[in-house]
Each structure stands twice: as structure tokens, then as C-alpha cells.
Design a protein around this ligand. Structure first.
Ligand code: PXL
Length: 256
């Protein structure tokens, strides 16, 4: 049977992020994908105008109907869209223990809008703790989880350790927005690995979704964690290079 990868994430009409982008990434690897929608957004390339959470019962229904039919081979979690979805996400992760599960903790859009209530973050972290393969926070998310401000790779190493401890899972912090250099830091439970790359010159939307969904593909392909991170980071850099501006704001990625 084909391996179906499942994205639990939001709807971005531009397909530049969320379930639509994740499906495109999964398919570019040759995996069929299925999306469970947490929330819909009204947004364009400049800003997120509104977020409507679809609610826990409906998310759970989507999940039940899907798994009556197909067995997920891996799960990616992106924007949750509201605290109502936290208990259901926990139940899904409990139900799918042992699968590769990559969580991108999308707390805010890059235009600054909160995509989950800030006060719900601790209960979100509690609910996913010990149930995931990898967490991929950006600098802001890692700062919020670890309680440290992150300016240099040294800060990122310490934060990656703290976040990994908090979640009982490896953590890859994306440092594309550091002041001087772009470096991502993985803490795999034993050691830190740094991945240095060029700072992106373009303003691109959806890079976090792209990275986490391609990471899931590599993990399902049984690549070891460090290699999966390295491959997914390179692929994302290449996609950023090829990103196109469709509107007046940020460019979108297309995994073709
Ligand atoms: O890039 C974060 C993100 C993820 N998923 C969806 C989004 C956004 C940001 O706008 O809309 C659906």
C-alpha cells in the first residue's frame, strides 16, 4: 500500500503555506498526501486578515473518517488555529504513536498575527510532549518556549537543548533571521549540530511549512535525523531561490 502522509494544518488561499503547500511537497517526493484542516485563513501576500478555527469536533471527525480508509505513514503538524484543536491533536498523536511526526509550532504569521492564542501555548506544549519525532520552531517560537532571547548561534544551542527537554523530543531551531548569519541548530537529544547557509535576500512566505513537510518526507524515507535535516534545509534553500512573487507582497514557494 502507498504511504499516505498527513498534514494537520491550516488553509492559505495562495497555497504558499499550510495544507496546500504540504500536499505539493509530499507529492513532489512521490508520496500521496491527505490534509486535515484545522482552520481557514483569509490572507494575501501582504497580510493575514482573518483566521477561522474549524473546531475540535470537526477536526476529530475529519481524522476518524480518514483513518477508517487509509493508514498514515507520517504526520506533519502546522498551524493549529485555535486552542479548541489542542485536545484533539493530542488524541491523534496518542493514536498514531511510533510514526514519524514533525511539528512546526506555528504561533504567529510573519506579518505578526497570532495564529494560536498566546496563553494556550503551554497547554499545547504539554499535549505534544513525548509524542513527536521533531519540533521545528523559528527564533521567536524557540524564544517563547525556552524563555531566552536568541541572538547568536550559542544562544540557539542552549535554547535547542531547553526546548528539547521541555518537549522530550529533538528540536531544530530555524535561524534564518539571525542578524549576521543564517544558521539552523539541531539538538538531537545528545549533541548540537549547526547547519549554516546563506541569508535569504528575498521575503518568502511558507518556508517553515516547506522545511517541515520535506523533513517528514525524508524521515519517512528512513533518513537518519541529521541527514534528513541537512537535506530538507538544502531543498528549502533551493526553493527559496526559485520562489516567485504572485502578488504585491511576499513571494511563494513552489516545490516543482
Ligand atoms: O507560515 C505560517 C503559516 C502556516 N499555515 C498557514 C498560514 C501561515 C501564515 O500565514 O496561513 C495556513
Amino acid at each position: 500500500m502507498d504511504k499516505v502522509l498527513v498534514s494537520i494544518a491550516g488553509f492559505d488561499p495562495s497555497a504558499g503555506a499550510g495544507v496546500l503547500l504540504d500536499m505539493a511537497v509530499f507529492r513532489s517526493f512521490g508520496f500521496p498526501g491527505a490534509g486535515l484542516l484545522t482552520a481557514a485563513t483569509a490572507q494575501n501576500s501582504r497580510r493575514v486578515e482573518a483566521v477561522r478555527c474549524l473546531g475540535g469536533p470537526f477536526l476529530h471527525r475529519q481524522y476518524q473518517i480518514l483513518v477508517q480508509d487509509v493508514a498514515p505513514a507520517g504526520i506533519k503538524v502546522g498551524m493549529l488555529g485555535g486552542k479548541e484543536n489542542i485536545p484533539v491533536l493530542g488524541r491523534i498523536l496518542d493514536d498514531q504513536r511510533g510514526l514519524p511526526i514533525v511539528v512546526d509550532p506555528v504561533f504567529r504569521s510573519s506579518s505578526g498575527r497570532w495564529l494560536i492564542e498566546k496563553r494556550a501555548v503551554p497547554s499545547y506544549l504539554d499535549r505534544i510532549k513525548g509524542r513527536i519525532t521533531l519540533l521545528t520552531p523559528n527564533l521567536d517560537e524557540a524564544a517563547l518556549i525556552s524563555g531566552r532571547s536568541l541572538r547568536r548561534p550559542e544562544d540557539m544551542k542552549e535554547a535547542a537543548r531547553r526546548v528539547a527537554e521541555r518537549l522530550a523530543a529533538p528540536c531544530l531551531i530555524k535561524g534564518g533571521h539571525l542578524a549576521r548569519e543564517a544558521v539552523d541548530v539541531l539538538y538531537d537529544g545528545e549533541r548540537c549540530v549547526l547547519f549554516r547557509h546563506k541569508k535569504k535576500a528575498k521575503d518568502v512566505h511558507g518556508t517553515g511549512c516547506f522545511l517541515s513537510s520535506s523533513l517528514l518526507c525524508y524521515l519517512v524515507m528512513k533518513k537518519p535525523l541529521v541527514e534528513a535535516c541537512s537535506l530538507a534545509i538544502d531543498l528549502t534553500q533551493d526553493a527559496i531561490h526559485k520562489a516567485r512573487r504572485l502578488g504585491k507582497g511576499r513571494a511563494v514557494l513552489s516545490p516543482f
